[in-house]
Design a protein around this ligand. Structure first.
Ligand code: GLA
Length: 760
């Protein structure tokens, strides 16, 4: 049997005749890549695997975490419905009577509705069978419950169609007990005798029933990423999607917040949060019917993506991560953050993210070896951990002196870097800092040796002139030679240079001509779906072969940020917009789903603002600097160095791993307050920003999440040497602090403050 693994959480099988073998195989391979250590993980694996017996029929199946339950029930007719999704401790509606014969009304709560035999809304699954029949009618067949780890339960429900027994669908749910996260996907197997075509193949079709639905998306564009936009849903379908292939979004992130309780609030109210583990074209379709019921179809975008599934193949859809929070968006975010840290959603969660000095904003393409080495001295002076050499270091026949040439030719440019990358890595090491490089492995410029040799390796439409974006084209990774070439980029640059300990992986364009000269005519519409599986293969290859090389995910700013990719990356570049006033909004948006240590945030020259404001904004994320340090005055350099030290010693230990409370939203007033509380609640850090260009009166800052009984000391940190705080250090119990708050030592235009709260 030939297995093809897309990423550790999921498995794609090109040929998978035996489903139960798949289940066991997957379980063994599904350990996340280098998840944070979990002492209980795997302890009962053998025991629990052997308990995987098919369960009795017609009893509700509960997918449960510590705090939430998703209850599914097969009726006597085998139709499989969602009976409940919400908090575990809430009264559940009585299960509906299932004695009657099915009719279309009985299918409205169907867990994974299929097209063609009674269901009349948008289906999760639409298949044309080998004989041309366009209907599918799945009923419960069996299910298994296993425990891949003490705190994880995997429920796998097999559905089958009596008339077409060759088509099998498994609905899979991994429930993470302590984080209240459910990871849900489907596996569609064609055991018919000839290919079938999948037109719709959602990962999940969640149902909600509430008085009103408010939907929030993370929407934007290059330099305005992750803006929060909320709207009330009305009957009909609202679609959030992307159709541009290789990077999930230019315009929106593959995540959503659905409030069931009026417009979403920060710490109260019922909210469902969803994030798809997919960096390709996605679709969330929210359909409200006449009965006021909402179905959220989530998965790969079915638009122009008919998937011809050959006999013997299984398509494993990307997983939707979702949670149900009764503590509003704040509770939702904390569940996602805890999950990402505990279960490998971000790579090596427990490893401190280094302070980077990146040269992109400082030099763009205009540098040589001497210039770069001179920047190392600045990196050392401010206490940075690592120098990251950005775009422009490669290409000889087609030097990468601008964005018109060189992509694909990954050898150091001999004119700019006569002594190569090893020399640079050594020079950095001799100053006590690490060294990293920028790569864009999926791309090629027409002006490159690679394109001259292999013009047919790119994604474009035959018989059409190739359309360039940023002067580049995308390699068609469906073609095995292109896959091997992409793996070789890492092997040629990293293997001979062990001094390179960091990679920024960029992706600066999306697909505008989805055609492949490699795929046969009847598989052209698989191109972008399979691209994504191959991309995850490449990311996994890199992460597993070079486990000590840390990595930042970048895509012309943050065009690619998803939990399918992030398990291979330590952080992502949130935006090329580093004006800190606008960065507050961008980072606020991403904080809905992604923990602070995954959000790379650098101080640059952008924006008319005090240096302290830029530092305070960047210090709330994975901190770095993107500037020629020598151009700062000695006093400014000392200020930045002091901030780096503070970040290392007192800020990062709390923000990385801390519980986030968003105290004042910049969407309500031009000011923002964020708080991180360490897991033991002995420390908290509060970031306060006045975004107004004039004075602003802040309300008292009331921290959350402290231990009510403990006494804390409150003091301002990261003050420039010349400044004095307006908040005299004082002590108070957690209860008093959370009730009365403290006065913000901030009022003037673009003033900011960082407050440290520590147990006395
Ligand atoms: C993208 C990234 C930038 C930089 C450039 C280099 O735009 O977002 O940070 O790396 O590419 O070309």
């Amino acid at each position: 049997m030939k297995l093809r693994h897309t990423h550790p959480a999921k498995t794609i099988l090109r040929v998978a005749p035996a489903l139960l073998v798949l289940c066991a195989t997957c379980a063994a391979l599904q350990q996340p890549l280098q998840a944070a250590p979990n002492p209980n993980k795997g302890k009962n694996k053998n025991k629990s695997q052997s308990q995987a017996q098919p369960q009795a029929q017609y009893k509700p199946i509960t997918i449960a975490t510590a705090g939430i339950e998703l209850i599914l029930g097969p009726g006597e007719d085998g139709i499989f419905s969602q009976l409940y999704y919400g908090p575990a401790n809430r009264e559940k509606p009585a299960p509906p009577q299932r004695k009657q014969r099915r009719d279309s009304s009985l299918r409205e709560n169907e867990v994974y509705p299929q097209y063609g035999n009674g269901f009349i809304a948008t289906p999760a699954l639409r298949v044309t069978h080998a004989d041309g029949n366009t209907s599918t009618d799945l009923a419960y067949a069996s299910h298994t419950v296993t425990k891949p780890a003490d705190d994880i339960t995997l429920t796998r429900i097999e559905l089958s169609d009596k008339a077409y027994p060759g088509l099998r669908v498994a609905l899979c749910y991994r429930a993470y007990r302590d984080e209240n996260i459910i990871e849900q996907w489907s596996e569609i197997t064609n055991n018919e005798t000839a290919p079938v075509t999948l037109y719709n193949y959602a990962s999940a079709a969640l149902i909600a029933s509430a008085q009103s639905y408010y939907l929030t998306q993370l929407q934007g564009d290059y330099r305005t990423e992750a803006g929060l936009t909320e709207e009330k849903l009305v009957p009909g379908i609202k679609i959030l999607d992307s159709k541009i292939g290789v990077r999930a979004h230019q315009f929106r992130n593959p995540s959503f917040i659905l409030s069931l309780d009026g417009p979403a609030r920060e710490e109260t109210g019922d909210v469902i949060g969803g994030a798809l583990e997919w960096a390709g074209s996605f679709q969330f379709a929210f359909e409200v019917d006449n009965a006021g019921r909402l179905r959220a179809l989530c998965g790969i975008n079915p638009f122009a993506a008919e998937y011809r599934l050959d006999a013997g193949e299984t398509l494993v859809t990307p997983a939707l991560l979702h949670t149900y929070s009764t503590e509003g968006k704040g509770g939702m975010s904390r569940n996602f953050h805890r999950w990402a840290r505990a279960h490998g959603g971000i790579r090596d969660a427990s490893k401190p993210r280094p302070v980077l000095l990146n040269n992109w904003e400082a030099t763009h393409f205009d540098f040589d070896e001497n210039k770069i080495i001179s920047l190392f001295d600045g990196a050392k002076e401010i206490g940075a951990d690592l120098f990251l050499l950005d775009d422009g270091w490669f290409g000889n026949n087609h030097p990468r002196d601008n964005d018109k040439a060189g992509l694909g030719d990954w050898e150091p440019n001999a004119k700019k870097l006569p002594n190569g990358l090893t020399h640079l890595a050594d020079a950095a090491k001799s100053r006590g800092i690490g060294f990293g490089i920028w790569l864009e492995p999926e791309m090629v410029n027409p002006a490159s040796d690679l394109f001259e040799k292999h013009p047919d390796w790119v994604i474009t439409q035959p018989n059409r002139a190739p359309l360039l974006r940023r002067n580049q084209l995308i390699l068609d990774n469906n073609r095995p030679e292109a896959q091997a070439f992409e793996r070789g980029i890492f092997d040629r640059t990293l293997a001979p240079n062990p001094g390179i300990t960091y990679v920024k992986w960029d992706c600066n364009r999306f697909v505008t001509q989805p055609g492949s000269s490699y795929l046969p005519a009847d598989k052209q519409t698989r191109l972008l779906v399979d691209y994504q599986f191959h991309l995850y293969d490449l990311m996994r290859y890199f992460a597993q072969k070079y486990p000590n090389v840390m990595a930042m995910l970048c895509s012309g700013g943050s065009g690619r940020v998803d939990y399918g990719s992030l398990r291979y990356f330590h952080s992502f570049w949130a935006s090329d917009n580093t004006d800190p006033r606008q960065r507050v909004f961008i980072q606020w948006g991403f904080s809905q789903f992604f923990p602070s240590e995954s959000v790379s945030a650098h101080v640059t020259d952008m924006g008319q603002r005090p240096l302290k404001f830029a530092l305070d904004v960047a210090l709330s994320g994975a901190f770095g600097v993107d500037r020629d340090v020598a151009r700062w005055t000695p006093a400014e350099r000392a200020q930045v160095a002091a901030a780096v030290k503070l970040y290392h010693d007192r800020i990062r230990p709390v923000t990385a791993g801390g519980a986030l409370y968003r105290l004042n939203s910049p969407y309500e007033m031009p000011r923002a307050t964020l708080e991180y509380v360490a897991p033991d609640r002995a420390r908290a850090i509060v970031f306060i920003y006045n975004l107004d260009k004039s004075d602003s009166v802040f309300p008292a800052i009331k921290p959350l999440g402290l231990d009510a009984a403990k006494t804390y000391r409150v003091r301002e940190i990261n003050l420039p040497a010349s400044a004095t705080t307006r908040l005299a250090p004082y002590g108070a119990t957690g209860a008093t602090l959370m009730r009365d708050g403290f006065a913000a030592p901030v009022s003037g235009p673009l003033e900011s403050a960082i407050i440290e709260i520590t147990v006395e």
